[in-house]
Design a protein around this ligand. Structure first.
Ligand code: NAP
Length: 488
């Protein structure tokens, strides 16, 4: 364990080859760090390169000094905390009490708590690590900061990682001092208020993609349903009714029939909540009633659902490129050629099939291209460079174009197959007919909303008009004032 701790994240040779880390001017502000682990080393490197004088307090400075940039002073804990006003506590919560012997030297100083609990610790302790530290050192001011920044980001620099540093403390002055340090180090401080927010900040690194949970489960659920449906139609039915072994289709062919279904339905689910919200507003005749919680959540997850739709569509494109590479496809081609020769047919060309395929391929490529535009513009760096109108044009109008193109792609793929009896395996309709259901409802609803009588009413509602005429106010006691109060 101790050997692993001795190993710096980035080779010390690289760190010290940066001349900015070799020496710091004497007049530079001094910062203390308690602990000499991964975080302390990365923090020291970043502080030194940002122009701070660093003094590290270790229980065994001799052992750890060689792991820090040469400009940082590594000494015993007592000596390290004596002069700096700001001291980072880079040790785990369970060792805080071992620092109590330093209470006198630390009195009146700012302690920066960078710690993160494990999930179990977070549930176990009701008070945050920072509040616990504050209770152990009542004469110090505790600031919670930098816990969401990894040792790696600190060492590599903010350009390569998360730039936001949430900060909280009960002392505004201390918070300002640490915020200024964060800015000098190239980070963006975010004021989280009093130390009571520390628990929320400590929960941040424990979350695993919270906004993606429901959309991912939704995509997985759809994938499993469509995969099972396609399996029954494409593999089970030939096996049971025709004694044909088509199980080789499971890894590529069935997956490739499933992916576009998931992508298409997910894309329609991006636009369905908007349709439901507009319908509710029209029915209620106001925009001032809250949507039900489930609709609120759905509206908030549209970006993730859209990105998952793009992911499935991109995979579908890749799988489709791979179809001709399969051995089974080559055998099928050769068998078809032999059949043709035996049947004495020289030229196989079905004009309608040729056109169908040309059109549906082209529409599919166009739909994927439009979806890629949506995905790119949902990246924060691109989204931030667009104004509100540009963003809503891309996400709303172009997104709807992508849905229409995907619908046309599906319709031309299906062509007349929905009306052929042989396509109903085990009496189950072809998969594409099922996928058309939700998107067609969305497209029809959107078309209805374009009708002047409905669109005018919807626009008025969204600008604050209400069917019942007025928002109800409690009348002021003064009569004259009451008369002046107009209906909104
Ligand atoms: P680490 O590598 O295990 O270092 C912990 C350090 O604590 C040790 O090197 C040790 O330094 C010091 N320490 C002081 N008193 C101790 C005691 N009684 N027993 C054992 N060690 C003691 O851990 P780390 O990764 O640097 O993390 C330090 C703190 O930063 C933790 O609270 C962690 O949650 C937080 N943090 C870490 C990261 C990260 O990416 N690593 C990111 C955000 C926050 P001496 O032996 O020199 O005294």
């Amino acid at each position: 364990m101790s050997r692993e701790m001795d190993k710096p994240l980035i080779s010390l040779h690289l760190v010290d080859s940066d001349t900015s880390l070799a020496k710091v001017p004497d007049e530079a502000p001094k910062v203390g760090i308690l602990g000499s682990g991964d975080f302390a080393r990365s923090l020291a490197t970043r502080l030194v390169s940002s122009g701070f004088k660093v003094v590290v307090g270790s229980r065994n400075p001799k052992r750890t000094a060689g792991l820090f940039p040469s400009a940082a002073q590594v000494t015993f804990q007592e000596e390290a905390v004596s002069s700096p006003e700001v001291i980072f506590v880079a040790v785990f919560r369970e060792h805080y009490s071992s620092l109590c012997g330093l209470s006198d030297q630390l009195a009146g100083k700012i302690l920066v708590d960078v710690s993160n609990p494990t999930e179990q610790e977070h549930l176990q302790h009701r008070e945050s690590n920072a509040e616990y530290l504050a209770s152990l050192f009542p004469t110090c001011t505790v600031v919670k900061a930098f816990n969401v920044i990894s040792a790696w980001t600190l060492q590599a620099g903010p350009r390569d990682g998360n730039r936001q540093v949430p900060i909280c403390s009960d002392q505004p002055e201390a918070k300002r001092a640490v915020s200024e340090m964060a800015i000098t180090m190239g980070f963006m401080p975010v004021d989280m208020g009093s130390l009571a927010s520390a628990r929320e900040m400590e929960a941040m690194p424990l979350r695993l993609l919270p906004a993606w949970k429901v959309p991912t489960l939704l995509a997985l659920g759809l994938f499993i349903c469509f995969y099972a449906y396609n399996f029954v139609r494409d593999v089970l039915q030939p096996y049971v009714q025709e004694s044909k072994n088509k199980f080789f289709k499971l890894p590529v062919s069935v997956v490739n029939t499933t992916l576009p279904c998931v992508a298409y339905v997910l894309l329609s689910l991006v636009y369905l909540p908007g349709v439901l919200a507009a319908t509710l507003q029209l029915r209620r005749g106001t925009k001032y009633h809250r949507f039900p919680d489930w609709l609120d959540h759905w509206l908030q997850h549209r970006k993730q659902i859209g990105l998952l739709s793009f992911f499935c569509a991109a995979l579908h494109a890749l799988y489709s490129f791979c179809l001709p590479l399969r051995r089974s496809h080559r055998y099928d081609l050769v068998n078809l050629a032999v059949k043709q020769v035996l049947a004495n047919k020289s030229h196989l060309w079905v004009e309608e099939e040729v056109w169908r395929m040309e059109i549906y391929l082209s529409l599919g490529v166009l739909a994927l291209g439009t979806l890629s535009l949506l995905a790119v513009t949902s990246l924060p760096s691109i989204a931030n460079s667009l104004n509100w109108r540009e963003f809503s044009f891309v996400q709303s109008s172009l997104g709807f174009v992508a849905l229409v193109l995907s619908t046309l792609h599906t319709l031309t793929y299906g062509w007349t197959r929905a009306f052929e009896e042989s396509r109903y395996k085990f009496y189950l309709p072809p998969t594409f007919t099922l996928t058309l259901l939700v998107p067609c409802v969305v497209i029809l609803a959107k078309a209805l909303f374009l009708l002047p009588c409905i669109s005018r009413r919807l626009t008025r509602i969204r600008r604050g008009w209400e069917r019942d005429g007025a928002i109800k106010f409690t009348l002021p006691m003064d009569n004259a004032l009451a008369e002046k109060t107009s209906h909104v």
